[in-house]
Ligand binder design. Structure first.
Ligand code: ATP
Length: 337
């Protein structure tokens, strides 16, 4: 079975360009991924990586410059927007509200346009807005507007939910309320794609994630798949006359204030070696810890490593953007199997 048939969201070699000729800029460069039904997929990335540009194409707000997107197996987000719309919920980065309605009235208005909406009072409560229900939208804070946007996006328990930085500007309580709601929707079977700057958010919510950098997906998979390619850390204090040089490991060994840190691509092997050495020599390893790379460490290293490669690729892509004839040809979306 092709990936698109068993997935709710499928992107294959998707490109997006802004502008034309000399000012052309390729914001999304050959992005491919698949989101399985009932799973949560997080798009992480550096500023300007192309997350919003990608999500807008999935939502049908813009057509890819090249490549292919399919929702629910075989629906095209642009051509089939009318069929897709009732099955999806969308939370944009800038919610479009009517300023002179209250929060309750705004949700009520959207409920009229949504199939099988949850009760307005419940939507207000789930978004933590019950106490602000009768406040005009224009008087809500930034974080409260995000909560209102979330309440509206999740009003109909959609099959597919797009959340573009859902917790940006929210306080800790708002973030946790949002995570609870997102988890609940996924448990009810919604397929969710979210973009975020918060690694903790992706780590706690996502089944799979992709890290974007300068328009490309630089790494993807589960959190453990992504961090497994990055060095892990062993840390402890040595007793007696022993020092870092005595340890039976290669790689990077640092000593600071009596605390040893070993950075290694072979966590299990080096941990076993050090423990065996300590046993043989009667050395006490005080506060011994072993931990894989964090998502944050992997993220920073991915952004750093891909910069060099991208500087070269940027030069090639700039050539494409400067060629008006080539750009016009490529503006026709190409269907790819
Ligand atoms: N309308 C536009 N015209 C020209 N360039 C644009 C336009 N919109 C976005 N861009 C550029 O495309 C790139 C990707 O932007 P996008 O908003 O998709 O990134 P992002 O990953 O969502 O960023 P952030 O995390 O900072 O919100 C950026 O360099 C941005 O400046």
């Amino acid at each position: 079975m092709a990936a698109s048939e068993s997935s709710h969201i499928h992107a294959h070699d998707v490109w997006r360009r802004y502008g034309r000729g000399k000012s052309a800029f390729m914001a999304v460069r050959g992005v491919s991924f698949t989101v399985r039904p009932g799973s949560l997929f997080a798009l992480l990335g550096t500023n300007g990586a192309g997350k919003t540009s990608t999500v807008e194409m999935l939502e049908g707000l813009a057509a890819p410059h090249r490549g292919r997107i399919r929702l629910f197996g075989d629906l095209d987000p642009v051509a089939d927007r009318a069929r897709i719309r009732p099955r999806t919920g969308v939370m944009l980065q800038e919610g479009g509200f009517t300023a002179h309605l209250t929060a309750r009235e705004s949700i009520g208005m959207w409920a009229g346009l949504t199939s099988r909406p949850r009760p307005v009072a419940q939507a207000l409560e789930l978004a933590g807005l019950s106490h602000r229900a009768d406040v005009l939208v224009k008087n809500l804070s930034g974080g409260e507007k995000r909560r209102l946007d979330l309440a509206i996006a999740t009003l109909g328990s959609p099959e597919v939910l797009f959340l573009d930085e859902p917790t940006a500007g929210m306080d800790a309580e708002g973030r946790h309320a949002t995570w609870r709601l997102v988890k609940e929707l996924r448990e009810q079977g919604s397929t969710i794609l979210l973009t975020t700057h918060y690694l903790e958010e992706a780590e706690s919510l996502a089944d799979e994630l992709a890290i974007m950098h300068r328009g490309r997906i630089a790494a993807s998979g589960t959190v453990s798949e992504i961090v497994s390619g990055h060095p892990a850390t062993l840390s402890f204090r040595l007793s007696g006359q022993w020092s870092a040089q005595d340890l039976p490991v290669g790689g990077t060994v640092e000593e600071q204030g009596g605390r040893i840190t070993v950075t290694t691509g072979q966590l299990q092997k080096d941990a076993a070696r050090i423990l065996a050495w300590a046993e043989d020599h009667g050395v006490e390893l005080d506060r011994f810890t072993a931990r894989p790379a964090s998502l944050e460490e992997a993220f920073i290293s991915i952004a750093r490593v891909t910069d060099d490669h991208d500087d070269h690729a940027d030069a090639i892509d700039a050539g494409d953007g400067n060629d008006d004839a080539a750009a016009d040809d490529a503006a026709e979306p190409q269907e790819k199997a």
